[in-house]
Design a binder for this molecule. Structure first.
Ligand code: HEC
Length: 110
């Protein structure tokens, strides 16, 4: 895992930041992973269902659909995988970070 993150950092400029090899990575898509991931870690703040208790999450920055997640994919990679400041304070399981990297890289092309 550390290795993946280190590659991700050093490789940043030309590959979009990921060291994932999509030919050997497990298949990870929205239904099997992405939706559950945002449900667990993000939509408590980032959801359009959530009008009064967003804990400061920017208005309109919601992750209820894959399209919305895709639209912010580069920032998700930066904040969740690289800086680990989203969700605030981090705390995403290492396995989930790794799958998120695979999902962003291989499914969304980010
Ligand atoms: C406890 C509430 C909370 C949770 C949970 C949360 N966020 Fe956020 N998010 C915020 C707040 C507050 C901001 C605005 C302040 C900031 O940028 O740090 C924000 C801003 C963002 C931004 C825009 C800022 C930027 O740097 O571009 C992105 C992208 C983001 N969050 C992604 C995520 C993702 C992905 C998850 C789940 C893995 C997540 N957030 C979980 C509260 C939350």
């Amino acid at each position: 895992m550390l290795l993946v993150l280190m590659v991700a950092c050093s490789d940043g400029e030309d590959t979009g930041g990921s060291g994932v090899d999509c030919t050997t990575a497990p298949e990870v898509d929205w239904d099997g992973f992405g939706h559950g991931f945002v449900t667990t870690y993000c939509v408590s703040c980032h959801s359009e269902q959530n009008t009064d208790r967003r804990y400061g999450a920017p208005e309109g920055l919601d992750f209820d659909t894959e399209a919305e997640f895709y639209a912010s994919g580069a920032r998700v990679r930066a904040r969740t995988i690289e800086e680990q400041t989203m969700p605030p304070g981090g705390g995403v399981f290492t396995d989930d970070l790794q799958l998120l990297d695979v999902y962003l890289t291989c499914q969304l092309g980010i």
